[in-house]
Ligand binder design. Sequence first.
Ligand SMILES: C[S@@+](CC[C@H](N)C(=O)[O-])C[C@H]1O[C@@H](n2cnc3c(N)ncnc32)[C@H](O)[C@@H]1O
Length: 238
Amino acid sequence: MSDTIYNEGFVAGLFDQMSGSYERMNTITSFGFYPLWRVQAIKKIDLKKGDQVADLMTGIGECWKPILTKIGTTGVLTALDFSDGMLNIAYEKKKQFPDHHIQIVNESVFANSIPSNSQDAVICAYGMKTFSDQQIQDFSAEVHRILKPNGQFSLVDVSLPKKKWLRKLYLFYIGSVIPRISKLFAIKNDSYKMLGIYAKNFKNAKRTAELFSKSGLQTEYCEYFFGCATGIYGQKLQ
Ligand SMILES: C[S@@+](CC[C@H](N)C(=O)[O-])C[C@H]1O[C@@H](n2cnc3c(N)ncnc32)[C@H](O)[C@@H]1O
């Protein structure tokens, strides 16, 4: 089980199954925190008009609006994901931004065609928890490869808070309450339960910070709302 859940085909299938309910479930179950943490993560770095930004594990494009507001109509947003289901919704969302440059790329981040040294920034929201340690290491190498020298990155994901009582409550919420809410919406499979398992295994972004530093990226670790989400941000040095 532990290896299987990090298998790319398994993860893509999981998000294909969730794609139809992802936006609704996110809005209802996160009490507005997921959108807030996305925006806070994007604000950690300095995006400018005309920047080229890669939104890795873009899903249905939930990060696009705050990114496009910063990079304007002269910037280019490359939105990568490997779930056909999620990207079908992203293609629809793209129509809301007719004046902006959005390139949707249907590829795995581990075999992507984004040119080396091409991006001013890399963003990734809630896309790390489905990675094993080895995959996070490979991911850090990809972020390093596609960033321009001095390019910046910011990544965020749901995490286990440090305070014991809050951790217990949060684990119960993501492991039991959210899957039950999904059943109320007649979602028949256990995909939302899996997200709780990934979050529990991921714990927080500390290991990610270590692996990114080892890849030669200047990396800072950060917490959002008492550690209910954690992230890293930083820069590729010259
Ligand atoms: C929890 S969703 C997050 C989506 C979005 N970034 C957000 O803020 O809501 C994680 C996304 O990562 C994608 N993903 C997971 N592993 C991937 C990989 N190896 N390559 C590309 N996409 C991947 C999934 O298909 C899914 O759409």
